[in-house]
Design a protein around this ligand. Structure first.
Ligand code: AMP
Length: 282
């Protein structure tokens, strides 16, 4: 399997693939790969001639320096995992300098308000960092399609907006959330959880499932209160936010309208490890 570190090397080979009219499926990741990532890669392999996976812990999207330092970096085992899936995968694992050049700055984006909701409120600058790195990576990889998990649903909507703003021709594909049997959404950060935290974390998905059941029969404010109460009974998990929002603009709602699609979104701390999840409600 080919692993590229240099921007110019992959740009040169991508140009060859394009001349040969090969389609490129792209899966951007920050590494520490798990089955959730692999499901995206599998789909990229099925739908394209070539699959490119980037492994890059992007500094500009971290608003918390400890989170950036502690983010797991496991390139060797990531490459092994990908080669066990297929030898047709190409890995792009650049240094920050290869992506950004000498100036590691974020572009300041207007994602029409999507960036101010939920994660945006708690992680200032995060989506500017995400948008900027993807603009760079898309221009390097020139993908036909790019694959993103619904696990980061707000990110997925913002990437769709980014492509519109930057007038890029890539097609954005959203993929379902991959979960442990316990219901816990797979995340690279799960590797940092203690056994006690791991045992407590399935509560997050259980709560979302109950909200889905009760959605439409209980009011939004009752559901919000109920979710907050569930976290009063556990010391291991601390609720950062819970919101029911419209899929289209991610704005929080107070009442339900039949023709509109909604999702519930949650962020929880297990000590300093931040876990997010969401669920479609209708
Ligand atoms: P990350 O490496 O965490 O930046 O994630 C890279 C991509 O994998 C993003 O599009 C994520 O939404 C997606 N992803 C991460 N975890 C999951 C999961 N449990 N199920 C589906 N997609 C995921």
């Amino acid at each position: 399997m080919q692993v590229y570190e240099k921007r110019l090397d992959i740009v040169r080979d991508v140009a060859t693939f394009k001349r040969e009219k090969q389609t490129i499926g792209f899966v951007p990741t920050m590494g520490a790969l798990h089955q959730g990532h692999l499901a995206l890669v599998q789909r990229a392999l099925e739908e394209n001639d070539i699959a490119i996976v980037s492994i890059f812990v992007n500094p500009t999207q971290f608003n918390n320096s400890e989170d950036l330092v502690k983010y797991p970096r496991t390139l060797d085992s990531d490459v092994k995992l990908l080669s066990s899936l297929s030898n047709k995968i190409i890995v792009f694992a650049p240094t920050p300098n290869e992506v950004y050049g000498s100036q590691m700055n974020s572009i300041s984006y207007d994602f029409e308000g999507l960036e101010h909701e939920m994660e945006g409120k708690f992680r200032p600058g995060h989506f500017d960092g995400v948008g900027t790195v993807l603009k760079h990576l898309f221009s390097i990889v020139s993908p036909t399609k790019a694959y993103f998990g619904e696990k980061d649903f707000q990110q997925l909507q913002i990437v769709r907006k980014l492509v519109e703003i930057e007038k890029m021709s890539v097609q954005i594909i959203g993929c379902p959330i991959y979960r442990e049997k316990s219901g816990l959404a797979l995340s690279s950060r799960n590797k940092r959880l203690t056994q006690e935290q791991l045992d407590a974390s399935p509560l997050i998905h259980k709560i979302l499932q109950q909200v889905k059941k009760d959605f439409g029969t209980k009011s939004v404010s009752k559901l919000n209160d109920w979710v907050s109460e569930q976290f009063e009974n556990t010391e291991i998990l601390e609720l950062e936010y819970f919101e029911i929002a419209k899929v289209s603009d991610l704005k929080t709602i107070t009442k339900i309208d039949n023709d509109i699609k909604y999702r519930a979104f949650i962020a929880v701390f297990a000590d300093k490890i931040r876990l997010i999840d969401n669920i479609a409600l209708n």
